[in-house]
Ligand binder design. Sequence first.
Ligand SMILES: [Zn+2]
Ligand SMILES: [Zn+2]
Length: 332
Amino acid sequence: MKSLVLTAKAQMKLEDTPLPQLKGNEVRVQMKYAGICGTDKHLFNGQPGSAQAVPPIILGHENAGVITEIGSDVQKELAIGQRVSIDPNIPCGYCRYCHEGRTQLCENNSAIGVTRNGGMAEYVDVPQTNVYPIPDNLSLKAAAMAEPVSCVVHGIQELAIQSNYTALVIGDGFVGQLFTAYLAKSGLAKVAVSGHNPDKVALLHSIGADEVFDPAKDNHDEKFDIVVECVGLKMTQEQAINSAVKGGQVLMFGVANPEDQIQVNSFDIYAKELTIKGAFINPHAMAPALTLLSRKFIDVEPLITHELTLEQVPDVLAGNIDYKITKAVIKL
Ligand SMILES: [Zn+2]
Ligand SMILES: [Zn+2]
């Protein structure tokens, strides 16, 4: 099968790899769309995403396709030809965190497209537990976005949202847009977005942002009940904490460099009773994500800016392109 293999740090080759023997409890999915995510850039460059990727490996953790083969031990009701979206995460089931139902914190999580071969290939084999049938009215392209949307669903579940609250989303990229769209439909008093790209302002307003500002240009000292950081840089993380009102909730969603340290006024955390939370991956959130997508609670297709071929991906991940991508999917 045609596969895009990360052969070493920052090196990716299109290869013809043999189809593995399908395991009894797994299904084979012919890939149709694979999303490319910021995490893939980290993994490509040898940095961790949800975990470390060890080459040689096929990346791709935002996957949708069609079942072509079903393992002999599969008990879930699945059919050849069925369209499915794939949850990349495979928690162990036996560690303390799995037993407590907090599978996102699993000590032994393996992940499709991170620690085992993923969807940047013609086929991907995945456990029966990881496939979710795609609602009939949802396209395969939109269904490939179920994984990032499921991470957003988990992030939202970490927050206590009330309709008199105001919210700030920091970051105008794809994930910032998903949070904006979600929060805008949550009946909040106000949803603002902090971003740098003037070309995205109209889109952000169209998906429900009440205000869009550029912190580098606009003097903006308003504070918010809910702040969602979707960038992962020191500056924006500090901005997030400094943008919270008393009693505010700050969600750290952007993936930081593991070496980074940020400066926080610890008296503020105490005196303002701030809550600073992380949200990691997508526990129990794939089914809600697919429902949100099929009900158009989040209309995701207009947010996908590029459709790529496998051949284009190495240059995109290496940054050797002269165009700006907000969100790309690979069409397989
Ligand atoms: Zn991702
Ligand atoms: Zn576990």
